[in-house]
Ligand binder design. Structure first.
Ligand code: PEP
Ligand code: MN
Length: 337
């Protein structure tokens, strides 16, 4: 439930509602927009309703929220959330590109990827140190050694860095090296991991599960946010369908659907969505047009030699060309890149 305050409500009115909620053992989520102030009620609202809150000074109306996700809900927070990562803004009118290799293979490979990403205008370097591979015999990642390379390259290039964490232990280690932690598709409903990263202060990029509905995805975001970490970025990376021409099927409609349901920033990953490098550019254009807040793209200095996902990785020249090609589309979408 949310409490919508009147325009004329005073700070004292707002604070007395928040204090009332606390005194009942509930939590309050204050959202001050340009024209409207909303207090989200978190917890058993029946105790609050028993106090006749509609009669409290400054209250305009009480609105129930039927969805099971609350803090992630646009009704709780009508303004878009903008997440600041070392000065890079994600959400609002900004457009962010995260680029880098699927897996960190060596210092030189990651550095070459960082140079390529930065040179093309990408603001954030991605790279996997813990790789959730389909086969247990495939390369599993350099783990902490890879994270050390990331942190070193962050220092040298000034780029913010993101890596996937596949377990609570990996998250405990990664917080010391990176700026954003990624929860991959395979772990979208790993609730212990969601709760663990919910206790951290780092922004979390939450990818959509392989077969997850949008409601399940938003509930996964709620798991993180209900622990206190509200810096969640959603990333549509394609879903399982009957189609086999592409690795997954990019659910482009998920972007406007999410936009109507949540205030969180929304990215698109055309690399994992398609699995085919030639489809990355058209899907990126579609993502810009449909209103995504950014892209996550796999870039490798030599895709033919990549230890994972080479067929969906762009080389530095093609990535630079893609970023150039996207600029007018991004501008047309009214965004800053
Ligand atoms: C990745 O980004 O490296 C990755 C494994 O993606 P996903 O979780 O979407 O498969
Ligand atoms: Mn990959």
């Amino acid at each position: 439930m949310i409490v919508v305050m009147k325009h004329s409500a005073t700070e004292e009115n707002i604070q007395s509602i928040i204090q009332k909620l606390y005194s009942l053992g509930l939590d309050a989520h204050l959202s001050r927009g340009a024209s409207i102030t909303i207090i989200g009620v978190v917890g058993d609202k029946s105790k609050f309703l028993a106090e006749n809150p509609q009669l409290m000074p400054g209250v305009e109306k009480l609105v129930p929220i039927s969805e099971s996700y609350k803090v992630a809900n646009i009704k709780f927070h009508p303004e878009p959330t903008i997440i600041d990562v070392n000065g890079v803004k994600i959400g609002g009118n900004n457009f962010v590109i995260m680029a880098g290799p699927c897996a960190i293979e060596s210092y030189d490979q990651l550095m070459a990827s960082a140079v390529a990403a930065k040179n093309a205008g990408a603001q954030i370097l991605r790279g996997g140190a813990y790789k959730p591979r389909t086969s247990p015999y495939s390369f599993q990642g350099l783990e902490e050694e890879g994270l050390r390379y990331m942190a070193e390259i962050r220092e040298k290039t000034g780029m913010a860095v993101i890596t996937e964490v596949t377990s609570c232990k990996a998250a405990e280690t990664a917080v010391n090296y990176v700026d954003i932690m990624q929860i991959g598709a395979r772990n979208m409903q790993n609730f212990e991991l969601l709760k663990e990263v919910g206790k951290s202060n780092l922004p979390i990029l939450l990818k959509r599960g392989l077969s997850a509905t949008i409601d399940e995805w938003l509930n996964a975001a709620e798991y993180i946010m209900s622990e206190g970490n509200e810096k969640v970025i959603l990333c549509e990376r394609g879903i399982r369908t009957y189609e086999t021409s592409t690795r997954n099927t990019l659910d482009i409609s998920a972007i406007p659907v999410l936009r109507s349901k949540t205030h969180l920033p929304i990215l698109v990953d055309p690399s994992h969505a398609s699995g085919v490098r030639d489809y990355i550019a058209p899907l990126s254009r579609a993502a810009v047009a449909v209103g995504a807040d950014g892209l996550e793209i796999e870039v490798h200095p030599n895709p033919a030699a990549a230890m994972s996902d080479g067929s969906q990785s762009l080389n530095p020249e093609d990535f630079k060309a893609l970023c150039e090609e996207l600029k007018p589309y991004i501008q047309l979408a009214g965004r800053k890149f």
